[in-house]
Design a protein around this ligand. Structure first.
Ligand SMILES: C[S@@+](CC[C@H](N)C(=O)[O-])C[C@H]1O[C@@H](n2cnc3c(N)ncnc32)[C@H](O)[C@@H]1O
Length: 266
């Protein structure tokens, strides 16, 4: 791990391999296995790394342009097999200093393998850690980026709050959070998929009390919202997560509504 990231850690990693820090956070990660790895190796990571998706959508493009304009090191959280906004940042500014992170060791190992074998990209580091317990010191990180990283955390509302508190704690004063987040409004369809697959619904889903919006969560954490824009309104797919996979198999459509945010800590 190189500077500046190596200077920000508040504790040593559980292990380090090939310059990548691993903080043993798989318990918080999505469950991935060899079948996922086979898909990633069969062109998915390459496609994701070279995708124009975030550059062509005006709402995410605004986030990427702002990141590049600031020029400060940026940490991608819950990067998953798409790596969120980072590939788009590297497309516009190949030297931009980026760290892609996820709670899953497998995701990080596979990105390391893919990048080493396929891309001559510099200033792109990798680390495994959970958003629930970010291993950075207070007030160190200039910017975080994410594509549905917060929406992907487990433990329902408590998980969202914990992850946001961790991001806020570790951001520098005037630091930025660039994120596209999903609001689940189609709870009836989601509960039907959980029922039919015999899985336990996500915590808080379908409960009587109204879940806060992302806007409310961000303001409650202390962020200033610099911009909030509709990113997309579509149907969940197998590419998104296990729920999307099950919904496709069952033929039950789940609507997804996402917004892109630029947030600042003061
Ligand atoms: C659907 S992906 C999010 C999309 C992803 N940003 C992309 O561009 O492909 C979900 C990812 O979030 C990760 N994740 C879930 N909870 C997490 C947490 N608490 N901390 C860090 N990563 C987490 C999972 O391991 C998984 O890789």
């Amino acid at each position: 791990m190189n500077k500046p990231f190596s200077d920000w850690f508040s504790r040593p990693p559980a292990h380090c391999h090939d310059g990548v820090y691993y903080f043993d956070s798989d318990r918080d990660a999505d469950y991935f296995d060899e079948s996922n790895v086979a898909i990633w190796r069969d062109g998915r990571m390459k496609r994701n790394f070279h995708s124009d998706f975030f550059l062509n959508n005006p709402a995410s493009r605004r986030l990427v342009d702002h990141i590049v304009g600031q020029g400060v090191p940026v940490v991608e959280i819950a990067c998953g097999p798409g790596m969120g906004l980072t590939p788009s940042v590297k497309r516009l500014a190949p030297d931009h200093v980026c760290l892609a992170t996820d709670a899953s060791a497998l995701v990080i190992e596979e990105w390391k393998r893919y990048l080493d074998e396929n891309e001559a990209v510099g200033n792109l580091e990798l680390a495994q850690f959970s958003l629930m317990d970010i291993p950075f010191r207070d007030h160190t990180v200039p910017a975080y980026s994410s594509y549905i990283g917060l929406s992907s955390t487990r433990s329902g509302e408590e998980g969202h709050e914990r992850a946001l508190r961790e991001i806020y704690r570790t951001l520098m004063q005037n630091g930025f959070l660039y994120t596209v987040e999903t609001t689940w409004t189609d709870t009836e369809a989601m509960l039907r998929v959980f029922r039919e697959t015999g899985k336990t619904p996500w915590s808080g889903l379908g409960s009587d009390h109204c879940a806060p919006t992302w806007r409310e969560r961000f303001l409650h954490t202390g962020f200033e919202i610099l911009s909030e824009e509709i990113f997309e309104s579509r149907t969940l797919t197998a590419d998104d997560n296990e729920l999307g996979e099950a919904s496709e198999q069952l033929g039950i459509e789940i609507g997804v509504f996402s917004k892109a945010y630029i947030l600042q800590k003061h």
